[in-house]
Write a protein of this length. Structure first.
Length: 105
């Protein structure tokens, strides 16, 4: 069970990091509308957006963006971010053994 929990922990942690990148990029897009990523960054961001889309679509069907001052605020990435954080804590309770800095030395 600990091996499964540890693998699940790392997969959830990768998804957590990708979602964090997506949230930051979407904030940059919304506040700096003239900013456009270069071709290399654009291809990396496409991978990030494709890797996180599957987790956001079900929540977007239920929770529509909230209109504030002529713009729509999408809370689905924050909700998924919160759910993933809870699942990460749950894997630790189930026995995941994440690598810590002290284990390296």
């Amino acid at each position: 069970m600990t091996i499964f929990a540890t693998i699940l922990y790392y997969l959830l942690r990768i998804l957590w990091l990708l979602l964090l990148v997506r949230i930051v990029v979407e904030m940059i897009f919304s506040f700096g509308r003239s900013w456009r990523p270069g071709p290399k960054l654009s291809s990396v961001l496409e991978v990030v957006f494709r890797a996180t889309d599957w987790s956001l679509k079900p929540i977007r069907k239920v929770l529509r963006p909230v209109g504030v001052g002529g713009i729509g605020i999408d809370f689905s990435p924050l909700i998924v971010f919160f759910i993933i954080s809870i699942l990460i804590r749950l894997t630790i309770v189930l026995g995941a053994r994440p690598l810590t800095f002290g284990m390296l030395f």
